[in-house]
Design a protein around this ligand. Structure first.
Ligand code: OAD
Length: 251
């Protein structure tokens, strides 16, 4: 595997602009379960029943009880791992411009990444479904579910539910970055949910190297990505950041 890490380090060092696209797999080593695969959240609950905007509108109490409350309990305890820190280190070295993440856990920012596009929104904030007032999730009173705003409206996480649009500014900037990078690191995503999954295709079509970091192959492997580094994100990204740093020192 070290040869693939060295290859990726050289690719990053040679790129004018590198970006990363991350998914749930980068946070599993922080104790947050993924959505798909063994132990995945969607094995236990049907996303169309609990993570679709129509389900929330129909029965917000059910969605709060089955999905949002549990997410809150897990996310509040989670801390960044070496993969989040490795990407932040690459940004500090001037080698990684932006992290585009499908995750709503805020761990990239906690690790020190400054330019983060939260493609599916953020769980750190709630928004009133009536008056649009925002409040920090950490400050929410969960004694009564669903939690309500002073105006009586129900709070919802500031995340994208299935059936909702990606915030247009996030989508446009992500597409622009994908089409303008020379390297895209695709870390811990099954690359099955659109429109995030088409960002590596945009990058590839514009001539970028697409490098996957994932213990398992994905639909991109062997078709869109140039190569897969088959391993857990924490170990691989940490080693990758060290390899890029070593190259910078010898340059
Ligand atoms: P998934 O749960 O679909 O995929 C997780 C990926 O992480 C899989 O490819 C795993 O093989 C990989 N993986 C697991 N452990 C890993 C590790 N230690 N290191 C690296 N990779 C690992 O998660 P996403 O692709 O992020 O959307 O899912 C995309 C979207 O589907 C989510 O943002 C969410 C979900 O429904 C919404 O809720 C709108």
């Amino acid at each position: 595997m070290q040869d693939l890490i060295d290859r990726a380090a050289h690719d990053i060092a040679a790129a004018r602009r590198a970006v990363a696209l991350t998914g749930a797999g980068i946070s599993t080593e922080s104790g947050i379960p993924p959505f798909r695969g063994p132990g995945g959240l969607w094995e236990k609950i049907d996303p169309m029943e609990v993570a679709h905007i129509d389900a929330f509108r129909r029965d917000p109490e059910k969605v709060w009880n089955l999905l949002i409350r549990g997410m809150h309990e897990v996310l509040v305890k989670s801390r960044p791992n070496m993969a989040h820190r490795g990407l932040a280190a690459l940004e500090d070295m001037g080698r990684l411009q932006t992290v585009i993440t499908q995750n709503v856990d805020g761990l990239h920012q906690q690790a020190g990444s400054r330019d983060v596009i939260e493609f599916h929104g953020s769980f750190a904030w709630q928004r009133c479904t009536v008056c649009e007032r925002r409040c920090r999730t950490a400050e929410l009173d969960l004694a009564v579910i669903p939690p309500r705003c002073e105006c009586g409206g129900i709070f919802r996480p500031d995340c994208v539910f299935f059936g909702e649009m990606i915030p247009p500014a996030h989508l446009a900037r992500s597409q622009q970055l994908a089409a303008g990078c020379q390297v895209m690191l695709v870390v811990g995503t099954s690359a099955t949910v659109q429109p995030a999954a088409m960002l590596p295709l945009l990058a590839r079509d514009a001539g970028a190297r697409v490098i996957e970091i994932n213990p398992e192959p994905t639909p991109l492997t062997g078709t869109v990505s140039d190569y897969l580094i088959p391993g857990p994100a924490a170990r691989v990204v940490d080693a990758l950041a060290a390899a890029v740093s070593a190259l910078q020192e010898t340059a």
